[in-house]
Design a protein around this ligand. Structure first.
Ligand SMILES: [Fe+2]
Ligand SMILES: [Fe+2]
Length: 202
């Protein structure tokens, strides 16, 4: 079921008008429990975007689409998102954001705001006040995870602050365990430092 959805190339619905079509397509791509997470992320991304006067419809759609490649095997992820840096080859699961973008482009999807949010949800958004940031924060703090309620609540009043918490806790978690941090995540972290949302490194 999952693989046939990858290889077929159905006509592309329009970006926002055919939301039901995108929802059913996303549902086909993931396991049932994953789709429950996907809907929670989309709902929360919508709320965060509205609270921060960002494009809530695009945040919702990006939430629906963000994990369409999450349940694909490593071999498929590597084919859809060829490694750009050594960490990509070592941890193919982290490629599922970029692989999802590739899939959407192959299906004819062209909305760059949504594509970027889907691509960047694994490694961190390139802009702190963006649809990408809404989806990233929603993904790590949706209620079903049972953690990060403080990030979820902060995002309603201070998206950049919530993003800083989410990115910094990921970076510090990995560094404390000697696990390499993806260059894109480090870049997001440094961007937040430059904006004063995070303290400079010691
Ligand atoms: Fe994901
Ligand atoms: Fe997710």
């Amino acid at each position: 079921m999952l693989h046939s959805a990858v290889t077929r190339t159905p006509p592309a619905p329009r970006p926002l008008a055919d939301l039901a079509e995108w929802e059913s397509r996303a549902r086909l791509m993931v396991k049932a429990r994953r789709y429950d997470h996907v809907v929670r992320v989309a709902d929360l991304a919508y709320q965060i975007a509205r609270a921060n006067r960002l494009d809530a419809d695009r945040a919702y759609l990006a939430g629906i689409l963000h994990d369409i490649a999450r349940d694909l095997p490593d071999s498929e992820l590597l084919r859809l998102a060829p490694p750009e840096v050594p960490i990509d080859a070592a941890h193919p699961l982290a490629l599922h954001g970029r692989a999802a973008r590739t899939l959407l482009e192959r299906w004819g999807y062209r909305d760059e705001v949504v594509l970027r949010a889907v691509e960047d949800h694994t490694t961190g958004p390139r802009s702190a006040c963006s649809v990408s940031a809404c989806v990233y924060v929603a993904d790590v703090s949706e209620p079903g995870r049972g953690v990060n309620q403080h990030i979820r609540e902060l995002a309603m009043v201070d998206l950049e602050g919530a993003l800083a918490l989410a990115i910094s806790s990921k970076v510090h978690y990995l560094q404390a365990r000697g696990i390499p941090v993806h260059p894109r995540t480090l870049s997001a972290y440094q961007g937040l430092q430059e904006r004063g949302a995070l303290p400079p490194s010691a």
